[in-house]
Every structure is written in structure tokens, then in C-alpha cells.
Design a protein around this ligand. Structure first.
Ligand SMILES: Cc1cc2nc3c(=O)[nH]c(=O)nc-3n(C[C@H](O)[C@H](O)[C@H](O)COP(=O)(O)OP(=O)(O)OC[C@H]3O[C@@H](n4cnc5c(N)ncnc54)[C@H](O)[C@@H]3O)c2cc1C
Length: 393
């Protein structure tokens, strides 16, 4: 296993770094650096800038308009974006549904949907989970009945991240109740502006509405929006989930947040406490270990081995690290991390903040928000079951 970057890879990194620094809007970077509220325009604005450069679909092959980067180049790009405080690329379009459309969509579907994803113009949402069907996803009940050249869709999705902005949603729908639950599921692309689609926000612990319920009431969907074959959606869904779990590990963001934690600890004086520094050191070791794991995946990909076997492991460790740094930030700031002042999430907020350091402002919000990481993308308990079966044997 060779973990060192080649001179070509190093110069690629320099190129990406220079471009990101020159093109990332500074007000957006400021918000990311301090975990402030990002608007739709912040997220989509950056996506469109990347789209113009041809880098929003940074994992795509050239055949579909991507840059055709190697696994290492993709990693370096992600790292440079994170360290420059770029917002995370909203993954539902470029990282999740696009690979499914490339692998299983028809040429017409590829021509119709991929350009809007690559440019950042069209916002996609993920419609998998339902009330009662999260971990047990195959039990999903949203029904799509074929009527001539369309499907009539009825049912409900839930926890739909940023669904309030969605133009389109890719959904798992039930098209058959015969046989095993997995064999009656299809993968359908639905225009969220269709009559009968209702999006209702869910307010979370941090006061934000990051997730939604989406209701389908006799929604007419052209049959040409079906990906691949009817009742084969489970296979396509699994293809997508492995991309989601690798993406969720987010080791580069962890590296950035680790530095923020150190800044807060220094500003609050707790840096002098050796026990607290032990905690930071322990977290740093975990972050470095996760990075090594990611680099091993990259190295395996270079040598042609299947890297997705350990996607579950990456998800478990990455999400635990995200929760840990948010906990340590709270501990470092002590009483100054509370109460949670919602207005402090706005960039430029000048309110009176007892802790002083701007780094502290929305700590409680970040802490609450990070509770999600061990649940979404498949809960960590379920991931452990999968790792036990597929990796440990
Ligand atoms: C912030 C957030 C954003 C999300 N975004 C999206 C999205 O955009 N689109 C989407 O489709 N979904 C989304 N989800 C849904 C997410 O995928 C589910 O919440 C997740 O799969 C868990 O399902 P559940 O919530 O129904 O919990 P349940 O499946 O009911 O699980 C409840 C508890 O039981 C445990 N458990 C369940 N089964 C087992 C088992 N076999 N062995 C051991 N323990 C088990 C779980 O680990 C969990 O602790 C999001 C969730 C969150 C929190």
C-alpha cells in the first residue's frame, strides 16, 4: 500500500487549491468557517460555480461530462474544498442519483437529467425513508400504480433533507406486493412541482428545518421516468447507498473542525488543562486513523480492489468523530456555549456574546445538529450489522 502522493498529484492539489481560493465567495466561506446558517443561494451558488468549471460532478467519468479524475484526485479536491471552507456539495444530485442514472438509466434519461445536475441548476432530493421504513427500508409502502403511460403515486416519504428546495426527487416506490419485499420496489424520478406533491417541514433540535415530510396524493408520473426495470429498484438503491456512506465519512471536514476546536480551547483557556488536551489528542488520532482508512480505500481502488466493502466502517467512524468534536467544542466553551441564540446563526450578527470568540457562537446548534450523523445514511447500529456480515465474515 503506497499512501504518499506523487509529484503530479501534489501539483494537481496546488491547482485545485488556487482555483478554489480564487472562486469561493468569501461570505460563504465565512459562514462555513463559523458554522453559520447557509441559505439555498449559498449552497446552490457554490454548486453553480463548480458546475461552470465542470467540477460539480467531480466524481463523474469524462463520458458523462465529468473531469474523469482518479480516486486520489477526487480525494484531494474534497480536501482542498473542505480546508478552504467551501460548503459541502449537496450530494443528492451529483453524488447519489447521477451515478444511478449513468449506470442504469437509458441514453434519453442520461441526456435529459445529467446536464441539470452537472450545472447545479436542478436541485434533487432523496425519497427513500418513510414513517416505519427507515432501517427496514424494504418495507416501504409508497405505491406507484401503472396506468397506461404513467404511474399514479400515493404515499409519504420522510426525513427528506432540504426537500423544501427540491425540484426533483428520486424515490423508491412499491410496484408489486408479490414475493420478497425487495423484489417489488422500483426507482422513480418525480418532478416535485407535480400536482399532488406536498412538502411539510420538520423542525429539528437546532431550530432549523433541514428535513421534511413529502406527501404524494395521486401524483401522475410519466412512465419514462422509471429508471431501469420495474421491480429492480432495490439493486439500484443499494448502488446509491454505498456512495452515500462513503461521502458521509467527511474526514476533510473533521480535519478543519479539529483546528476550530483547538482555537476554541485556546480562546477559553481550557487548552492549559492536560486532561482536555488528552481528549483532543484522542480525537486527532481518530481523525488521522480515519484519514488512513480513506487513503487505504484510495490505494485499493488504484490497485483494482473493491473499495466499497468498507463504506459502512467509514460511515461509523466518520459520524462518531463528527459528534465527538461537537461535544468537545461544547465542553471547551462551557457555559458560554449555551444558551442557544438562534440569531447568532446569521452572518454578521453583532449581538452581545459572553464568550467573546466568534468561533463559539452557534456551538449548541452544531452540537444538536450533529446528533443526526449516527442515524442518517443508515443508522450506525445497522451499519455494524452490515460490517459484521460483509467485512468480518
Ligand atoms: C437529519 C436526517 C436526514 C435524513 N435525510 C434523509 C433523506 O434525505 N432521505 C431519506 O430517504 N432519508 C433520510 N433520513 C432517514 C434516515 O436514513 C433514517 O432515519 C435511518 O435510516 C434510520 O431509520 P429510522 O429513522 O426509521 O429509525 P428506525 O429504523 O426506526 O431505527 C430506530 C432505532 O433502532 C435501531 N435499529 C433498527 N433496526 C435495527 C437492527 N436490525 N439492529 C440493530 N438496531 C436496529 C436503529 O439503529 C435506531 O437506533 C434522514 C435522517 C436524518 C436523521
Amino acid at each position: 500500500m503506497d499512501l504518499a502522493f506523487t509529484p503530479e498529484e501534489q501539483s494537481f492539489r496546488e491547482e485545485v487549491r488556487a482555483w478554489v481560493r480564487a472562486n469561493l465567495p468569501q461570505d460563504t466561506a465565512h459562514k462555513v468557517r463559523h458554522s453559520l446558517r447557509l441559505t439555498r443561494d449559498d449552497l446552490q451558488g457554490w454548486a453553480k460555480i463548480l458546475g461552470k468549471k465542470g467540477w460539480l460532478g467531480y466524481g463523474w467519468p469524462r463520458q458523462f461530462g465529468g473531469p474523469g479524475w482518479s480516486a486520489v484526485q477526487k480525494h484531494l479536491f474534497e480536501e482542498e474544498c473542505a480546508l478552504a471552507c467551501a460548503p459541502r456539495i449537496v450530494p443528492f444530485g451529483p453524488v447519489m442519483v447521477a451515478p444511478v442514472i449513468m449506470a442504469y438509466g437509458s441514453p434519453e434519461q442520461q441526456q435529459r437529467f445529467l446536464p441539470g445536475i452537472a450545472s447545479g441548476e436542478v436541485w434533487w432530493s432523496q425519497g427513500y425513508s418513510e414513517p416505519g421504513s427507515g432501517s427496514d427500508l424494504a418495507s416501504l409502502k409508497t405505491r406507484a400504480e401503472r396506468a397506461g403511460d404513467k404511474y399514479i403515486v400515493n404515499g409519504q416519504k420522510t426525513w427528506t433533507t432540504l426537500g423544501q428546495y427540491g425540484d426533483w426527487i428520486f424515490c423508491l416506490v412499491r410496484t408489486s406486493t408479490e414475493g420478497k419485499p425487495q423484489t417489488g420496489i422500483s426507482f422513480l424520478l418525480i418532478d416535485m412541482k407535480s400536482p399532488g406533491v406536498t412538502v411539510r417541514p420538520i423542525r429539528l433540535l437546532d431550530g432549523e428545518c433541514e428535513v421534511n415530510e413529502v406527501f404524494f396524493d395521486n401524483v401522475e408520473v410519466p412512465a419514462q421516468n422509471l429508471i431501469g426495470e420495474e421491480n429492480k429498484g432495490w439493486t439500484y438503491a443499494k448502488h446509491l447507498l454505498s456512495h452515500e456512506r462513503t461521502n458521509i465519512a467527511d474526514v476533510n471536514r473533521a480535519k478543519r473542525e479539529l483546528e476550530r476546536l483547538k482555537r476554541i480551547a485556546r480562546a477559553e483557556g481550557i487548552w492549559e488543562d492536560t486532561r482536555f488536551r488528552d481528549e483532543i489528542a484522542r480525537l486527532e488520532v481518530d481523525v488521522v486513523a480515519l484519514e488512513m482508512l480513506v487513503l487505504r480505500v484510495l490505494s485499493a481502488e488504484k490497485s483494482g480492489k473493491n473499495p466499497l466493502d468498507i463504506a459502512g466502517l467509514l460511515k461509523i467512524k466518520g459520524s462518531e468523530i463528527q459528534q465527538r468534536y461537537s461535544e468537545l467544542m461544547m465542553l471547551a466553551a462551557g457555559p458560554f456555549s449555551l444558551p442557544f441564540i438562534e440569531e447568532a446563526m446569521e452572518a454578521g450578527w453583532q449581538g452581545d456574546f459572553p464568550g467573546g470568540a466568534v468561533d463559539n457562537a452557534p456551538l449548541a446548534a452544531t452540537y444538536f445538529n450533529m446528533r443526526k450523523t449516527t442515524i442518517y445514511g443508515g443508522s450506525n447500529e445497522v451499519q455494524r450489522n452490515i460490517v459484521a456480515q460483509t467485512v468480518l465474515g
